[in-house]
Design a protein around this ligand. Structure first.
Ligand SMILES: Nc1ncnc2c1ncn2[C@@H]1O[C@H](COP(=O)(O)OP(=O)(O)OP(=O)(O)O)[C@@H](O)[C@H]1O
Ligand SMILES: [Mg+2]
Length: 226
C-alpha cells in the first residue's frame, strides 16, 4: 500500500556565476492522507524550493514523486497541469493576487477559470473570506488591503477548489501573532473538516509546534523536527 504522497531522492541545485548550490539533497519522505505538517528551517535552507518541486511548479534534478500511486514527474505537460489544477492549492510566499480584481473575485478565480457558475463561485468565495476573517474586505482590491489581509485572501483562494494537498509558504509571515494563530486554527479546521492534507512552511516555532507533524529542512535534507 503506497502512501498518499511519496517523495524519493529528490535533489535540486542552482548554478549561478559558476557556483553550484545544492539546495535539496536526496529528500525522501512520505506524507499520509490527512496529515497536517509544518516545515521549518533557516532562511535559504530550501523550504520554498521544496514546496515548488512538490507542487510541480519547479522540476527537480533527480528523484521521483508518487501521488496516490501516480508517478508525477513522469507525467507529460498536459497531465501535470491537470494534476496541479485538480489536486494542489498553493499559497505563495508573495501572495500574487491580481491587482485589478476584488478580494472576492481573486478568491473565486480558480473556479471561474474552470467555468463554474459565476454567482455560485463568488458566493463561495465570500464564505471563504468570511472564514479567514475578511467579510468586510471582500470588495477591496489588493492595493486597498494590508499585507496580512492579502495573505489571507491568498489562503482563501488556495482553498477555493478544496485541494487534496495544500502547500502553504509562510501563510502567516506578514501577520501579527493573533491573526497568525487564527490562520493556523483555520488550517487545522480545513484539515479536520475537509480532510485537506497540508504542508505549511513557517518561521514561527510556536505555530510549527502546534502542527501534528513537524519537519525541518537542514543541510538539504528533510528531517523530523523533534
Ligand atoms: N533561481 C535561483 N538561482 C540561484 N539560487 C537560488 C535561486 N532560487 C533560490 N536560490 C537559492 O537557493 C536557496 C534556497 O532558497 P529558498 O527560496 O528555497 O529558501 P527558503 O528556505 O524558502 O528561504 P526563506 O525562509 O528566506 O524563504 C537559497 O540559498 C537561495 O539563495
Ligand atoms: Mg521561502
Amino acid at each position: 500500500m503506497s502512501a498518499f504522497l511519496e517523495i524519493r531522492d529528490v535533489s535540486k541545485s542552482y548554478f549561478l556565476h559558476g557556483k553550484r548550490i545544492d539546495v535539496l539533497r536526496n529528500v525522501t519522505i512520505d506524507i499520509q492522507k490527512g496529515e497536517l505538517v509544518s516545515l521549518v528551517g533557516a532562511s535559504g535552507s530550501g523550504k520554498s524550493t521544496f514546496l515548488h518541486v512538490v507542487g510541480t511548479l519547479d522540476a527537480p534534478a533527480t528523484g521521483a514523486m508518487r501521488f496516490e500511486g501516480r508517478s508525477v514527474f513522469e507525467m507529460n505537460d498536459a497531465e501535470v497541469a491537470e494534476f496541479r489544477n485538480r489536486t494542489i492549492g498553493f499559497v505563495f510566499q508573495s501572495h500574487f493576487l491580481l491587482p485589478e480584481f476584488t478580494a472576492a473575485e481573486n478568491v473565486a478565480m480558480p473556479a471561474l477559470i474552470r467555468r463554474e457558475d459565476r454567482s455560485a463561485a463568488v458566493a463561495r468565495a465570500r464564505e471563504l473570506l468570511d472564514r479567514v476573517g475578511l467579510r468586510d474586505r471582500a470588495d477591496h482590491k489588493p492595493g486597498e488591503m494590508s499585507g496580512g489581509e492579502s495573505q489571507r485572501v491568498a489562503l482563501a483562494r488556495a482553498l477555493m477548489l478544496k485541494p487534496a494537498l495544500l502547500l502553504a509558504d509562510e501563510p502567516t509571515g506578514n501577520l501579527d501573532p493573533a491573526t497568525g494563530e487564527g490562520i493556523h486554527q483555520l488550517l487545522r479546521e480545513m484539515n479536520r473538516d475537509l480532510g485537506i492534507t497540508a504542508v505549511v512552511v513557517t518561521h514561527n516555532e510556536t505555530l510549527a509546534k502546534s502542527m501534528p507533524r513537524r519537519l525541518r529542512l537542514k543541510a538539504g535534507e528533510v528531517v523530523s523536527a523533534d
